[in-house]
Write a protein that binds this ligand. Structure first.
Ligand code: ADP
Ligand code: MG
Length: 701
């Protein structure tokens, strides 16, 4: 069968070499299979009839039935047109042709009943139908053709070679009968039965030529399910293979360090969510397989302490630990934060970043190889080849979205057996999306904020409220608070970016003059030590206002900063706005986030502002973000390493189906992990073919 489907499209009746070339170039359709999987993007409903009196100019399409009462050629030669009148019991409407005038003048008959289909057109404030499709009522009734007409995407080039929607439909009408009884089911019978799916043949026939709206819905659902199921199967299989192949260190014990920290140093009670996640991690660490866990938690949810306690388990079992952060500022904060938390404990911690001097660096390398250094915190510098651990057992990666798969792989090589890996992200991803993007990782979620936090109040102000904004800032500074002002990063133009920031800075500087006020500025072009100096002044409370680009987005912790002002907020994506807002609300005071925008907002922009002022819940925001941006954008940020090829299914809107598909894939693999059973052979073949020549399954996280 797969042979027939692999037949070159050139050999389908009505195609030939030239059109085959166009189909390949424009649609990527090269084989029978390609055409079969070239799905319509919408359907014209030919089941519904309008009355003449109901026709309005803004309807996309109307279908009418009536009698032709008049046919008339108007004008001469080049300006000739044919006008016919169609009458039903509610009125009369004009049908107009500018092309094929002679042909239609001959073939249309006054007194005959016709079915017409067209987009309404408004001309001189009258509605007419230009170049409608026409059929006699008798033809319409006799047509076997589906009354739901598939519409395929078209391009100018396709149209030029008579390969627009209608022609594609005709090709499928030629192809499908040849495939009758030959499209074998590719999902296991149990899955088809359990999830009440349409069989493959019925789905394929109906997606192109639906026999009814109900069956069409089932056909679409079945094909989406199949797409999602195959992805989930692949991801879960990958996870199984990983688990089988990769051994991991057994951290059987929690010992003196963990327990000592818990009873003497832990400055607060862990939240329920933190405790739950720690349990999940401890289970991973005991089982002799490498841990690959993603820890999701909103900004401020307390991921750091979970990371530290995980690290302590590693130390208790005689291993070293690494903590990686994406920026120097963040690495430094982690270093200082951890040192403070570990005070009085016999644990060696060092910081390794690009700006550590050679001498200190050598010292760190030595202590690391000698095993006297327990925890190394740093940036990318940490995964360089010359950084050698004596016995790395656990690596924590903070703010994972900036670390690529390749960088993670480098980490794995730091010990004979790969260290356990905990990846932390503050960019919440809707659960069903995480199932796909990180389908081969285990996912933990901290979905509870530490107690006693005041909800951040978020305000959206237009430019005309600027004076009020300044007044508000004065008030907050007078109360002893500190303020962030963030300018957007314009990727296309670093210069413009800097200019905007500089201008804003000058403006603020004038409005909040020294010595009464003190203002810091930080941006990407600064040298690391200058940046650090400015940052430190703000962190230590020596300055009132921090003007910056988005460099402060990640992780910075200044509890006394209680106001976040985001300039040109409409230029930020939702998740970034949420990240920035998370910089405040870390202390005991009431915190504010002010979104400043221009007066003209796109509807998306308005929805983003409304979402931000409406909720503080990162997961809710992520859902809206996903719907706004669509999953397309996410391919770039995709971490799983599995190519996601979806024609019909949509990661943003098909959450429920994703869940079902994952459940089904899980069931199949639970009963037959190696896909050896007869009914699963098709799946095994599918996975083998898909992965032939690509990555192997053994070493991807
Ligand atoms: P994030 O998840 O954004 O990395 P952090 O780990 O930086 O969050 O925690 C944010 C703040 O909350 C820190 O000041 C931390 O000390 C505090 N914190 C964390 N867990 C708790 C808790 N269970 N109770 C009270 N405060 C906590
Ligand atoms: Mg953090």
């Amino acid at each position: 069968m797969s042979q027939l489907l692999s037949t070159s499209i050139e050999y389908l009746k009505g195609v030939g070499p030239k059109r085959a070339e166009i189909l390949a170039a424009e649609l990527g359709v090269r084989t029978y299979r390609g055409l079969l999987h070239h799905f319509p993007f919408r359907y014209e409903d030919r089941t519904k009839f309008y009355k003449v009196s109901e026709v309005q100019g803004d309807l996309p399409y109307v279908q009418l039935v009536g009698e032709l009462t008049n046919i008339q050629e108007i004008g001469t030669k080049f300006k000739k047109r044919l006008v016919a009148k169609l009458k039903d019991d509610t009125g009369t409407i004009e049908l107009v042709w500018f092309k094929g005038v002679t042909y239609f003048a001959k073939s249309l008959k006054v007194g005959e009943k016709y079915v017409v289909f067209a987009k309404p057109n408004v001309f001189n404030s009258k509605i007419n139908l230009v170049h409608p499709e026409v059929e006699t009522l008798i033809e319409f009734k006799n047509a076997v053709q589906s009354k739901l007409q598939a519409v395929y995407p078209s391009t100018e080039k396709l149209a030029k070679f008579s390969l627009a929607s209608k022609s594609i439909s005709r090709l499928l009408r030629t192809l499908l009968p040849q495939l009758k009884y030959k499209l074998e089911e590719n999902l296991p019978a149990t899955v088809v039965a359990d999830f009440q799916l349409l069989n493959r043949e019925a789905a394929m026939f109906n997606i192109h030529f639906p026999t009814s709206v109900e069956v069409l819905k089932k056909a679409i659902a079945r094909i989406k399910f199949e797409e999602l199921f195959m992805i989930q199967l692949e991801l879960l299989k990958l996870k199984l293979v990983n688990l089988e192949k990769s051994s991991g260190f057994v951290f059987g014990e929690v010992g003196e360090k963990f327990n000592g920290f818990y009873s003497n140093n832990l400055p607060f009670e862990l939240t329920g969510a933190q405790k739950r996640v720690l349990k999940e991690i401890r289970r991973d660490l005991k089982r002799g397989k490498q841990m690959n866990r993603l820890l999701q938690g909103d900004v401020g949810s307390g991921k750091t302490i979970v990371a530290l306690m995980t690290i302590l388990i590693g130390l208790d079992n005689g291993f070293q630990a690494a903590l990686m952060a994406p920026t120097e500022i963040l690495a430094t904060q982690h270093y200082e934060g951890l040192k403070e938390l570990l005070v009085g404990m016999d644990i060696e911690v060092e910081l390794l970043t690009g700006s550590v001097k050679a001498k200190k660096r050598r010292e760190i390398h030595e202590k690391l190889e000698g095993g006297t250094l327990h925890i190394l915190i740093g940036t990318h510098a940490l995964i360089e080849d010359k950084v050698k651990f004596k016995n790395l057992g656990i690596a924590v990666i903070d703010e994972q979205h900036r670390f690529g798969v390749a960088q993670r792989a480098k980490l794995y090589k730091k010990n004979a057996i790969p260290p356990h890996v905990l990846i932390m992200t503050a960019t919440p991803i809707p659960r069903t999306l995480a199932m796909t993007l990180y389908g081969d990782l285990d996912v933990s979620v901290i979905d509870e904020l530490p107690p006693g936090r005041k909800e951040i109040q978020t305000l959206h102000w237009y430019e005309n409220k600027r004076l009020r904004l300044f007044g508000f800032m004065e008030g907050e500074i007078a109360k002893g608070r500190q303020i962030y002002i963030v300018y957007p990063l314009i990727e296309e133009s670093e210069k413009l970016d800097y200019a905007t920031l500089e201008e804003g800075y000058q403006h603020i500087f004038k409005r909040f003059p020294a010595p009464k006020y003190k203002v810091s500025i930080v941006h990407g072009k600064m040298k690391a030590d200058v940046k650090q100096f400015e940052m430190d002044r703000f962190v230590n409370g020596e300055t009132d206002i921090m003007v910056s680009t988005t460099v402060i987005e990640v992780g910075v912790n200044v509890p006394n900063a209680s106001v976040m002002i985001i300039e040109s907020a409409e230029r930020f994506g939702l998740s970034q706005l949420h990240q920035l807002r998370g910089r405040v609300g870390r202390g005991a005071e009431q915190s504010y986030c002010v979104l400043m925008t221009g007066n003209k907002l796109s509807s998306d922009g308005r929805l983003r502002m409304k979402t931000m002022t409406g909720t503080n819940d990162g997961f809710q925001i992520a859902e809206v973000d996903l719907k706004l941006r669509g999953p397309g954008d996410l391919r770039g940020t995709q971490q799983s390493g599995t190519p996601i090829d979806l024609k019909l299914a949509n990661l943003a809107t098909d959450g429920e189906l994703i869940e079902k598909a994952r459940k089904a894939a899980n069931q199949v693999l639970e009963n037959d992990p190696n896909l050896e059973r007869q009914e699963n052979l098709g799946l095994l073949t599918y996975l083998r073919e898909k992965n032939r020549g690509k990555m192997n399954w053994s070493k991807i996280s």
